[in-house]
Design a protein around this ligand. Sequence first.
Ligand SMILES: C=C(OP(=O)(O)O)C(=O)O
Ligand SMILES: [Mg+2]
Length: 573
Amino acid sequence: MSKQFKGIGASEGIAVAKALVLAEDNIEIKKTKVSNIDAEISRIENAISKTIKDLDNLKNTTLEKLGPEKAAIFDSHKEIASDPAIKDEIINLIKSESICAEFAAQQVTNNFYEMFASMDDPYFKERSADVKDVATRIIKHILGIAIVDLSTISEEVIIVAEDLTPSQTAQLNKQFVKGFATNIGGRTSHAAIMARSLEIPAVLGLKKITTDVKNGEVFALNGITGIVELDLTDSIKANYEKLAKEFAELKAELQKFKNLLSKTADGQEKLIEANIGSPSDVETVIENGGEGVGLFRSEFLYMDNDHFPTEEEQYTAYKQVMDAMKGKLVVIRTLDIGGDKKLSYFEFPHEMNPFLGYRAVRFTLDRKDIFKDQLRALLRASAHGELGIMFPMIATVDEFKRAKAIVEECKEELRKEKIAFNENVQVGMMVEIPAAAVNADKFSKYADFFSIGTNDLIQYSIAADRMSENVSYLYQPLNPAILKLIDLTIKGAHKNNKWVGMCGEMAGDIQALPLLLGMGLDAFSMSATSMLRARALMSKITMKEAEELANKALATDDTPEVIELVDAFLATK
Ligand SMILES: C=C(OP(=O)(O)O)C(=O)O
Ligand SMILES: [Mg+2]
């Protein structure tokens, strides 16, 4: 019998290969008293300069292999290695306690590590891994321990390790490293980000995979499901090999769609776009052939900050996205804060139901000062491409009109200040509250476009918290009641010749795609890695068959019937 372990699928793909288990760096360091203090100081100084040299080399190879953004990790490593505070503390400890350099280095870097690791903020938690990586390198240099170079691997393996440090991942050669499995780490750890850039399948957070699998043992890893399987029988192994081959073929097939327009089989053009949370996400959008950004969740600019970002700070971020998208439509949503999205520097009033409370446009309409900083930044960014400004959580026509009036007020200010902006910038709204969906034909008299936010629309329509496991059985995008609200929204927009997109997760759902096409959705905005699959499927569907399917689905009584219809339809594609 084979054995299965479940971890976090952090980078898609399937691999079957021999395990290369990396031994943990358990370097034993004794507290040794020394008499020659100067000699110890030169040992630490030499080790730090060797470390900095290594990091320069790693930065250069990463720059060549993965580009500037990934190489930047080694700048932060270099900052740690050359931090005078760390070096001075080590030297002071050597002097005050007359101890050896390695012990002092371990002591000081451990303090920094623990300080970062104990912070609540995930950013700093992850920086602790950087401190550890740099510290290990310095200590190995002090002790003259060889630093394993993973770039020399010359047979096909899956690397198994406690964690993979950024410097280790940067050395991996895709030709031989077929995957990696680690005890710790999650989807946002460095190892995960690197794995996705290198397109190496990875399963992280497997807890004790370094002891579960033996060095040299052939095992399988599925980066999509997060499953790792050991003690493979011949037939299970063959099945994984088949899946790996199919995955590789599918990926190659999808690449063909990268530079194609999104079209149905009968030539109806649509837009397939991406949702992003920060300017750095744009790179992946372009790599995956995105035809625009359908949702930039601007709240991340506010959440990753210690103050409300200024007009200038926001303008810089928005302009960066506009420039990178080179004239393709970029829809930026104004601040959608409140609910579960909190700010460290602002206290929201305590409410019984924060998701139904003071949030998003309800907050910005109340805090015109904060709203205007954002709107001015957005208008200024509109001069650099094709921008859509979008308001979240609009519930009434009056709210939309009030928000739009503030845009007009900002435009007037900018005109007076002779600051450039696009006079015809589109101003639209999210449809994520049932009241807006039901009356979409009224809203579309005023809004230039809609984007359906199904993540919230579903939870508000079915009264099922999108976060609750207990009621997840109710949270069904394919519920015919949800389809009816989507249909009303699309018809309501088209009645006044406005376009309508979708930026909730449902837009990237393969089962939903034929139905959305059939109902007439114009733009589909999803995670960047789902775009090519959606474009490929779209190319196989005619509008006529999609419309017939949607009509049948709208006439059903409940979700299982819709699923049955869609699955039968997809089986023919
Ligand atoms: C896209 C949406 O917004 P968010 O997930 O940010 O609430 C939505 O509600 O569908
Ligand atoms: Mg929402």
